[in-house]
Design a protein around this ligand. Structure first.
Ligand code: HEC
Length: 171
């Protein structure tokens, strides 16, 4: 058999074996989709890369309408207290029955690093597939999402008293 024909046969054979293996892996339900069964370190690393590169590619060209204005921060706090705190915690809010069983676990935004504004806007607007993070574009318009961004950027330095004041105060 000529050399190229041999190579083609090996490549086709390998692809067919991979397709059959992949089909069997899915078809026989080998993969445990349960949220209490965590990914292997390799799968997790791949998913995190995929997520971060995807978000970076889509958020870097966003025009930041981020304004550090107390009125917008207060408006963002109201949305946050209604829509987000159960998953993302807040200063003085440290317990959530819903959050503990989630995988991936929603980050505690009161304890994290300062969020990059465009990235936060994109994530809040579009959500993240195969995680509990919803797309809020159906609930909040862009201006309201920028209010939330202005607010979440304040969270890491916020005291429980300020959070309570902001989230309760009605304008
Ligand atoms: C039902 C749970 C849930 C709710 C409600 C929720 N989120 Fe999330 N959020 C998540 C999860 C889970 C992730 C992590 C997803 C991942 O890493 O794949 C996340 C990620 C994020 C991130 C990215 C943080 C980072 O450092 O990468 C931001 C910002 C965020 N959410 C903001 C919000 C805001 C603002 C709201 C409310 C408008 C909200 N989320 C409501 C579950 C939730």
């Amino acid at each position: 058999m000529p050399k190229t024909a041999k190579i083609v046969l090996i490549v086709v054979g390998t692809l067919a074996a991979l397709a059959i293996g992949g089909g069997a892996f899915i078809g026989f339900g080998v993969y445990n989709i349960g949220a209490d069964d965590h990914h292997t370190p390799l799968t997790l690393a791949l998913i995190e890369q995929l997520r971060d590169r995807s978000i970076a590619a889509r958020s870097s060209s966003i025009d930041a309408h981020y304004i550090e204005d107390p009125v917008r921060i207060a408006a963002g706090a109201k949305h946050y207290a209604t829509l987000c705190v159960g998953c993302h915690m807040a200063p003085g809010v440290t317990k959530s029955e819903m959050r503990i069983g989630m995988y991936p676990r929603p980050p505690n935004l009161a304890q994290g690093e300062l969020l990059q504004a465009q990235r936060a806007f994109w994530i809040i607007k579009h959500g993240i597939k195969m995680s509990a993070m919803p797309s809020w574009s159906k609930t909040l318009d862009d201006a309201a999402i920028w209010d939330v961004v202005a607010f979440v950027r304040k969270l890491p330095d916020m005291t429980p008293e300020t959070y309570q004041q902001l989230s309760e105060h009605t304008p």
